[in-house]
Design a protein around this ligand. Structure first.
Ligand code: FAD
Ligand code: SF4
Length: 352
């Protein structure tokens, strides 16, 4: 273990001042940061422990209809918050699909959105990795890459973002609240994570010294509560990262889709909001044809980055299945979550 300084600021301003110093890393639940330090991937000079900061641990349903999730709210606490889960069932379902019970008890909302890729070469200091060490090359290209990206990748990096939580948040139009040396600002979650392009080492829109204060869901996000699902395909149901995942949410009025939202996980270096597919859903009858067209559109730009062409067809089918299950209605009992992609779609449920 390398030597490092440890500071525990008492206020957000103190935390920003410490986080802005070169070589600092913020600590929340530590489930990602500490693993990477132990593995020799990261060696920060200073750990800025955010866990005692006041005011970042609440879930608030505000008078203007928005919902604010403090950055230090634990993943498990959020998933089991009854009011929150009733308003945003696909978010609860995504949280419960992620990691294990122990990890969800420690992991925070802010840490989840800022977790690093699970590319095995990134986690192995002996492998070349443009993200870890710019300019060294990408060992995953031509290497072990069956779980890598099929959308938005570049010849510098083909990694994916591993978060489940981010996927329904992107579909619902969540924003990230940040505060840094230049003050407060907001960034839509769907724009917060960057695609790799020429600079895979720049992962998010977060600027040096900025602290994530909260995530905010807009007032219209609870309008999808009756038809909302998150499906995650993984190699081991007990716990594993997504091979592919889909958040599908519908607002149905008079037998037609008034608003449809789709985002995919495990396919790109960011949660992938499928806006073209959403446009095809608007005004359509919920059912087979519309869902097939939406799935085609969601994956229209997809191409394998290596030994992973199977992910494209898996993703297409999972979009259709998630839409069908969403149209059938959110399960009444939140403990029925998380859903399995292998669960049967109820008979006659496609035209609600
Ligand atoms: C075995 C295992 C399996 C897992 N499976 C899944 C899974 O299936 N799905 C899934 O989504 N995740 C999974 N995870 C990842 C887990 O969800 C993340 O590690 C966790 O959410 C990170 O939260 P944390 O609070 O522990 O973050 P930390 O490890 O403390 O921090 C992570 C990063 O965020 C930064 N950070 C944290 N909070 C802030 C803040 N408020 N402001 C600025 N920067 C901040 C840190 O500096 C660091 O860079 C798994 C993890 C493990 C170890
Ligand atoms: S895919 Fe990205 S993270 Fe993985 S080795 Fe290549 S550059 Fe590094």
């Amino acid at each position: 273990m390398n030597r490092f300084d440890y500071v525990r600021p008492a206020t957000v301003s103190e935390a920003i001042a410490a986080a802005a110093l070169p070589g600092s890393a913020c600590l929340a639940g530590g489930t990602n940061l500490l693993d990477l330090m132990k593995g020799g991937v990261l060696a920060p000079e200073r750990i800025v422990d955010l866990t005692r900061l006041p005011g970042l641990s609440a879930v608030e349903h505000l008078p203007d209809g928005t919902t604010r999730i403090g950055a230090l709210v634990r993943n498990a606490d959020l998933a089991h918050d009854r009011t929150f889960a009733a308003r945003f069932p696909a978010v609860a379902e995504a949280l419960l699909s992620g990691a294990s019970g122990q990890l969800r008890n420690a992991a925070t909302a802010g840490g989840n959105i800022l977790q690093r890729t699970r590319c095995a070469c990134f986690a192995d200091p002996a492998s070349a990795c443009n993200k870890r060490e710019p300019g060294t090359g990408c060992s995953a290209i031509g290497g072990e890459n069956r779980s890598h990206a099929v959308l938005g990748w570049s010849d510098r990096c083909i990694a994916t973002h591993p978060s489940d939580f981010c996927v329904p948040l992107a579909a619902l139009g969540a924003v990230v609240e940040l505060e840094g040396p230049d003050g407060r600002r907001e960034v839509p979650l769907a724009d917060f994570h960057r695609l790799p392009g020429e600079t895979p080492e720049i992962e998010t829109e977060r600027r040096p010294g900025e602290i994530v204060l909260a995530l905010r869901l807009p007032a219209d996000a609870a309008g999808f509560r009756d038809h909302a699902r998150y499906l995650k395909l993984r190699e081991r149901t007990s716990y594993a990262f997504a091979v592919v995942s889909v958040a599908a949410m519908l607002r149905i009025e008079g037998g037609r889709i008034a608003d449809g939202r789709i985002a995919l996980g495990g396919v790109a270096l960011k949660p992938w909001r499928a806006r073209e597919a959403e446009a095809l859903l608007a005004g359509a009858e919920p059912g087979g044809d519309a869902f097939d067209r939406a799935a085609e559109a969601a994956l229209a730009e997809a191409r394998p980055s290596g030994d992973n062409a199977h992910k494209i067809e898996l993703a297409r089918r999972l979009v259709v299945r998630a839409l069908k299950l969403a149209a059938a209605g959110t399960p009444e009992r939140v403990p029925a979550l998380p859903g399995s992609p292998f669960a049967p779609v109820p008979e006659g449920s496609l035209h609600v």
